[in-house]
Ligand binder design. Structure first.
Ligand SMILES: *Cc1c(COP(=O)(O)O)cnc(C)c1O
Length: 379
């Protein structure tokens, strides 16, 4: 697909650091598979970013989630509480591990699930919480960590959208028994495709390293005591990842600058109750605006109408998530639920929420243009 130069993409990777230099090093040295020094260097960098003892890179965020669930060895068919407003990778990982997803409606303000609604969903069958932080603000972790202690639940923290984000003075990615990152092209740190598991538990880390590499035994090559996978990240990907990591402080600053710029330009629409802008901060975190969201309030059309109109002006946008409980893929399953009364916020957001271009390199001129178009649409 040819890129139209006048088309403003919803996100573009920002590859202006050492990415080329490190990739060239891989090619010059011929270390292009998962064996190579950048993999280790990138994992060390991820440990520094999250204050973790261990980071294990993977082929994607999705495979990191799958491994996380396998490593925790949760009782078969036990329940894992998760958000109804996230990417399907979360609930698929639960289902594919032989576990049952229990969906929770998120907050309309933060898009995240909270301890109060999680506690209401806990049953004797609950074994874990798979907790994604959505769009830019982390979940309120302290009360959730207390719940995990009180009910003896494992926590899988999905920090795919939160590289460099902090909850109070603690980095996202530091909270779960196992936490995961994705490095897909639209994430704050990207390797094109890729992911990682983060943990302080040596046993989890060792098993993750083995599982992701076919569980090769130490005593003899091609002898295996267990069934593993190939979920390895390549040295090429890790080279890009390390270069991206070096720029994370800049990325976070730029994201916040972009969010602030949008807030300034669009505040009138929020004041008039036409469109709700993302909240700038909570008591425990400042928004990182991984995706800059608009929630249509008095605006008469739905998110798909807005996206189609923006496209006429060469502006790309995306609708927010569709409720996981109501995915057609789950129609035959016991946890399927398309009852809008049970999940009012997920259903409302699926029709009223969208996100607009939020890439790091987006110029002020383009932001001005996008905001002018949105304001014109609202009048
Ligand atoms: C992107 C994302 C994933 C999946 O990661 P992939 O690398 O695309 O497999 C999982 N959870 C959340 C919250 C994400 O944003």
């Amino acid at each position: 697909m040819k890129k139209r130069s006048d088309f403003i993409a919803v996100n573009e990777p920002y590859l202006h650091g050492n990415e080329k230099k490190y990739l060239n090093q891989c090619i010059d040295d011929q270390w292009i598979s998962s064996t190579g020094n950048f993999v280790r260097s990138f994992e060390d960098a991820l440990c520094r970013l999250t204050n973790r003892k261990y980071a294990v890179t993977t082929s994607s965020g999705t495979t990191a989630l799958a491994m996380a669930l396998e490593l925790l060895e949760l009782p078969k068919e036990s329940e894992v509480i998760t958000s109804n407003f996230s990417i399907i990778a979360c609930s698929n990982a639960i289902i594919q591990s032989g576990l049952v997803p229990v969906f929770i409606d998120p907050s309309l303000e933060t898009f995240n699930i909270d301890a109060e609604s999680i506690e209401k969903a806990i049953t004797p069958k609950t074994s874990a919480i798979l907790l994604p932080h959505i769009y830019g603000l982390p979940c309120d972790m302290d009360p959730i960590l207390e719940l995990c202690k009180k009910y003896n639940l494992k926590l899988i923290e999905d920090a795919a959208q939160m590289h460099g984000q902090m909850y109070k003075d603690r980095p996202c990615g530091s909270f779960g028994d196992i936490s995961i990152f994705s490095f897909y092209a639209n994430k704050l740190i990207t390797t094109g495709e890729g992911g990682a598991i983060l943990t302080n538990n040596e046993d989890y880390a060792q098993r993750a390293n083995s599982l992701k590499d076919h569980m090769f035994s130490k005593e003899r090559r091609f002898l295996h005591h267990g069934i593993g996978y190939n979920y390895r990240m390549t040295n090429l990907q890790a080279a890009v990842g390390l270069a991206q990591y070096e720029q994370i402080d800049h990325f976070v600053k730029e994201k916040r600058k972009l969010g602030t710029l949008y807030n300034e330009r669009l505040i009138d629409l929020d004041n008039q109750g036409i469109i709700k802008l993302p909240i700038q901060k909570t008591a425990y975190a400042q928004n990182i605006y991984w995706a800059y969201t608009l929630v249509l309030d008095k605006y008469s059309g739905d998110n798909i109408d807005v996206i189609n109109k923006l496209r006429e002006f060469n502006i790309d946008a995306r609708p927010s998530f569709y409720p996981l409980s109501a995915q057609p893929a789950y129609k035959q399953e016991g946890y399927y639920c398309d009852n809008q009364q049970k999940y009012p916020t997920s259903f409302k957001l699926s029709e009223r929420c969208l996100y607009i271009p939020s890439g790091i390199g987006l110029s002020t001129q383009k932001v001005d243009y996008i905001c002018d178009v949105i304001k014109k649409m609202c009048n």
